[in-house]
Design a protein around this ligand. Sequence first.
Ligand SMILES: NC(=O)c1ccc[n+]([C@@H]2O[C@H](COP(=O)([O-])OP(=O)(O)OC[C@H]3O[C@@H](n4cnc5c(N)ncnc54)[C@H](OP(=O)(O)O)[C@@H]3O)[C@@H](O)[C@H]2O)c1
Length: 301
Amino acid sequence: MKTGTILITGGTGLLGKGMGETAPKGVKILSLHQRDYAVEDDRAKHIVLDIRDKAKVDQLFASHDFDAVVHAAGIASVDYVERHYAESLESNLVGTLNVTSASRRAGCHFVYISTNAVFDGRSAPYAESAALNPVNKYGRLKAECERLVQETLKDYAIVRPILMYGWNHPVCRPNPATWILEKLMRGEAIQLVDDVFENPLYNIQCGEALWQIVRRRLSGTFHLAGRDVVNRVELGRQIAKTFGLDAGLIRPVTSKAFPDIASRPPNTSFVTRRMEKELGVKPIALEEGLGHMKAHARVKT
Ligand SMILES: NC(=O)c1ccc[n+]([C@@H]2O[C@H](COP(=O)([O-])OP(=O)(O)OC[C@H]3O[C@@H](n4cnc5c(N)ncnc54)[C@H](OP(=O)(O)O)[C@@H]3O)[C@@H](O)[C@H]2O)c1
């Protein structure tokens, strides 16, 4: 195994946290994020750098010799992208252009983090070769970034994680699991949709799979997901069960109850054969992932 430096852009996000927690011994991680906060972390060095700033990105690559770049930074909230498209274009598309250009010149292995949102959700389950047809602006931007990577780089992998859950870094946005958990712990009633399906991915498994790709310098496209295909109501009920909370607070609704948010593809669940066979990571059941979260709880339940 190589022991060089790996750059993770957006390393304080949920995916970056999963990578940090599963990092092989001896690997040096440089992680960047955009907002000005300090991170206590004995597994990675963290710096503040906005990837929209081409000169700063170029400077970073001039002063380091990266073996691989895992590019996860960007605006990952589907609804934020829908409402703030100009800002999202800069972060997600211009930022990706800056990072891919610097990586190409440096000749490092590039891992682009895409999403299940590149699919329209009408022909699940999706294998890596399925045709892209995003239904919202976030998905369209990610599909465009995939094309940018494919057309400008040689040594790359495209990784599409599906809806992720796990303990996020406290400074970063909550994910569906931590959001539901906090609401149920406060005894608040919540509406969850029963017509959007995914096979949710535990961020720790995401990290394990990504390290296989980085360590073995793999190329191609990989779908990462968990074992169970569920809608958000089923996700919420499993969270309630695992953490011993009141599932009666969950009110099932359809997506029509949220007319103001971006369209969601109805079922983007993934085929995980490549993840299992080529990466050697067997997707775990939702119950197991949530059980692991509970065992490593950062909050008292
Ligand atoms: N979470 C999911 O369910 C999911 C599912 C499928 C695909 N993905 C993809 O996985 C990747 C990571 O998602 P995530 O959920 O881990 O993200 P996240 O928790 O929202 O974190 C985003 C990260 O990107 C950084 N970032 C944003 N704009 C930046 C900029 N202009 N310059 C530098 N850093 C910037 C953020 O830094 P600050 O904290 O400083 O803002 C943060 O570290 C994304 O590409 C997303 O599209 C996520």
